[in-house]
Design a protein around this ligand. Structure first.
Ligand code: HEM
Length: 502
């Protein structure tokens, strides 16, 4: 009874409801018909266009939408390019096409094409990272921005990481943080070297970005939030409760709240002191507040993206160096000799901290860093989109396609590096210069988006290795290996045991 009363008072007459239902059904059918016709026409046009083009070989549809993405991303040893890519290169050559991340894609294992793509950023190609990265790092993140806004953010970051600041502020801070980490190690009891490397780079970035000290409880809270955040960056962008992506978005808000509080405090203090007294902290937050007209939201994303870019990569590079060196005692010995020489010079000067000149003496260390990045490939490939039709050595590269310069494939190419799977730092001694981008070596990317922090990364690893080889011997507490998921990670967190050097 209740049901019939409700139904007669709230619903419309039956024939009218039927008409509306019919209208909606027809609308849906017509829309489906129009959409399919639209896609069929587009598909057949694309196909015609493709048939006329000289596209790289290999285009295979694979699974609907996913294409060959799962096979491409299948975890493999970080010191290899994986079975799928190896097979494709043997079959089609160093430049092949595929269907990845739901889009037609050119995959390049060719050093020349990789350079061409990176150097023509903004002209024929544009940075284009998956949605999960943009969603989590924020729409103002430097890693996803293009054009003028990217340039502005990049300038602030480059100024902040300038050679002058590296010498005066960053070197002493890197050394201080290194000593804090190494002093906390317990000899002869296993611990995760990867965790320690992460702590080191995180605390260093937190200090340089927002003057947050490791001793503050808030810094440790932020670091733990950051671990959840990172899991989301590399997950599928599925935003519902329980997913890594959802949890990471929550962590993003928590991290941003901390940064925002710091920013507000800073602004309040400068108002209290009077407008003529500027924000004096020599950290990135201070720089961004002083030197830019960015909105609060933009500054927050800038800080978060620097924390992301500067923390994960260098901690992984450091972990890989510890891992590769453990398997190469001759390299540790040569490294130790080099650092003993540096330490003796320091002693002669009567100083107990590293100078810029000391750092410049660490030539073999630079060979170790280069070899670690060549073999370990912290950043394996980059995401780019083709924005205008272009040709490269007779190959058509159509606009609208994705293109992935695979840095790892060049670094592990046996025609460019003898015995490429071998950790051999000495191979760099014969190379005339050890720049960030030599033609076949681009661990920091290249062109207008060349890593803004590569000099800091090298400094961090060199200073850490200096104190490590002078303080400890180390060995793996149990076997472990670095895996490309495609982000590089150690299966067991790189468990090591250290022993004092007598
Ligand atoms: C061994 C450590 C590192 C490696 C292998 C590395 C690698 C890279 C690569 C390959 C890119 C280019 C991304 C692209 O073109 O799409 C990049 C960009 C970037 N990196 Fe690094 N990086 C490292 C450390 C750092 C550090 C320590 C910082 C900062 C403190 C940093 C800040 C940045 C920034 C801000 C960008 C974006 C540059 C732009 O878009 O203009 N990186 N990095």
């Amino acid at each position: 009874m209740v049901y019939s009363t409700v139904s007669t008072t709230t619903s419309m007459p039956l024939p009218m409801a039927k008409d509306i239902l019919l209208f909606f059904s027809l609308t849906i059918l017509v829309s489906i018909f129009l959409l399919s016709t639209h896609f069929m026409i587009k598909w057949s046009r694309e196909n015609k266009k493709r048939r006329k083009m000289n596209l790289p070989p290999g285009m295979s549809l694979g699974l609907p939408f996913l294409g060959e993405t799962l096979a491409y991303l299948k975890p493999h040893k970080a010191t290899s390019i994986g079975h799928f890519m190896d097979h494709r290169i043997k079959r089609y050559g160093k430049i092949y096409s595929s269907n990845l991340f739901g889009e037609p894609t050119i995959v390049s294992a060719d050093a020349g094409l990789n350079r061409f793509v990176l150097q023509n950023e903004g002209r024929w190609f544009e940075c284009s990272y998956p949605k999960s990265i943009g969603g989590i790092l924020g729409k103002w993140s430097m890693l996803v921005l293009v054009g003028e806004m990217h340039q502005e953010m990049r300038m602030i970051s480059l100024n902040f990481l300038s050679a002058a600041r590296l010498r005066t502020s960053l070197l002493p801070e890197v050394e201080r943080q290194t000593k804090l980490v190494l002093r906390s190690w317990q000899v002869e009891s296993p611990f995760s070297a990867q965790e320690e490397a992460k702590k080191f780079t995180f605390n260093l970035m937190a200090k340089n970005i927002m003057s947050m000290d490791q001793e503050e409880a808030e810094t440790e809270k932020l670091r733990l939030e950051y671990i959840t955040f990172m899991k989301g960056v590399v997950s599928a962008p599925l935003n519902f409760p329980g997913t890594s992506y959802h949890k990471a978005l929550k962590s993003r808000s928590a991290i941003l709240k901390v940064i925002e509080r710091k920013m507000d405090e800073r602004l309040r203090r400068s108002y209290c002191k009077g407008m003529e007294e500027r924000i004096e902290e020599d950290d990135l937050l201070g720089w961004a507040l002083r030197q830019s007209n960015f909105s609060k939201e933009q500054i927050l994303d800038l800080l978060l993206s620097l924390l992301f870019a500067g923390h994960e990569t260098s901690s992984m590079a450091l972990s890989l160096a510890i891992f590769f060196l453990e398997g190469c005692p001759e390299a540790v010995e040569e490294l130790r000799e080099e650092h003993l020489r540096v330490a003796r010079q320091q002693e002669k000067r009567g100083q107990c901290h590293l100078s810029w000149e000391d750092y410049k003496q660490m030539e073999f260390t630079q060979c170790v860093i280069n070899e670690t990045l060549r073999l370990g490939n912290v950043v394996r490939f980059l995401h780019r989109k083709v924005i205008k039709d272009v040709q490269y050595k007779g190959i058509d590269i159509p606009s609208g396609w994705k293109i992935l310069p695979v840095l790892a494939a060049v670094h592990l190419d046996p025609s460019l590096y003898e015995d490429p799977q071998q950790f051999n730092p000495w191979r760099w001694q014969s190379r005339s210069h050890l720049g960030a981008t030599t033609p076949n070596f681009m661990p920091y990317g290249g062109g207008p988006r060349l890593c803004a922090g590569f000099e800091l990364a090298k400094l961090e690893i060199a200073v850490f290795l200096h104190h490590l080889v002078l303080s400890y011997r180390w060995e793996l507490a149990e076997p472990d290996e670095a895996i490309a998921y495609p982000f590089v990670d150690f299966r067991k967190g790189l468990p090591i045991k250290v022993y004092n050097i007598t």
